[in-house]
Design a protein around this ligand. Structure first.
Ligand code: CTP
Ligand code: MG
Length: 222
């Protein structure tokens, strides 16, 4: 199984001095926490995607975490998340038939979430992603702010990563060149069923300063 960890974003909403993956949470970078978490799963190959000017630094940070027998490669990402995922996919060897794409910013994700995604794929799903029930009522609005729909809350899930797919299918989905905020949307657009498995509160994405503070609290609780 191959994993692509995308860590090439700039972290505009976090507003730190360094790109988000290089910001520390309780003394360890988001990048290193994410990679260490991923490596608790049954990984054969890992590709880490970072800003071009930080490939050397990221290699130095990730290399000491590499277990015997696991291939780890660090490559440069692109302007959009989709570009970074595509760069990561291209760096996987031909031996990889199942791939998980994971946001470095979700660096507290427990290994059980990786295992649930992998179990769904092993059971035959073309794609599987973690999700949690939403607590708010969600409205669909038009450009003028007028509500056009109120989806039943019980049918909604807030989705996380790792998102797992048949590697060839995800590569084909990316070949469309479409933009999307997650990989599942690209695979759904090809008409394939993607399954949502149970996510975890620790799968939160560190996006804002508040999220960073929350992640620090969660770590001190464990
Ligand atoms: N990402 C990436 N390449 C990009 C944009 C995002 O690899 N061009 C990665 C981020 O590093 C992050 C994940 O995709 O791990 C989710 O993106 P997000 O949380 O939006 O991170 P940023 O884009 O860095 O943050 P912001 O949108 O606030 O700038
Ligand atoms: Mg972003």
């Amino acid at each position: 199984m191959g994993v692509v960890v995308v860590a090439a974003g700039s972290g505009t909403r976090l507003g730190a001095e360094r790109p988000k993956a290089f910001v520390e949470v309780v003394g360890t970078t988001i990048l290193e926490r994410a990679v260490a978490g991923v490596l608790e799963a049954a990984v054969d190959e890992l590709v880490v995607v970072v800003p071009e000017d930080l490939v050397a630094e990221a290699t130095g940070r990730v290399d000491p975490l590499r277990p015997e027998g696991v291939d780890v490669t660090v490559v440069a990402g692109g302007a959009e998340r989709t570009d970074s995922v595509a760069a990561g996919l291209a760096a996987l060897s031909d031996a990889v038939s199942v791939v998980l794409v994971h946001d470095a910013a979700r660096c507290l994700t427990p290994v059980v979430v990786f295992e649930r995604v992998l179990a769904a794929l092993a059971a035959g799903a073309a794609g599987a992603i973690p999700g949690v029930p939403v607590v708010d009522t969600i409205k669909v609005v038009d450009a003028g702010g007028v509500i056009t729909a109120t989806p039943l809350r019980d049918s909604l899930r807030a989705v996380q990563t790792p998102q797992g797919f048949d590697r060839a299918l995800l590569t084909a989905a990316h070949a469309s060149g479409a933009a999307a905020t997650d990989d599942a949307a690209l695979v759904e657009a090809l008409g394939h069923d993607v399954i949502v498995v149970e996510g975890d509160a620790l799968g939160l994405k560190i996006t804002t300063v508040d999220d960073l503070a929350r992640a620090e609290r969660l770590l001190s609780d464990h």
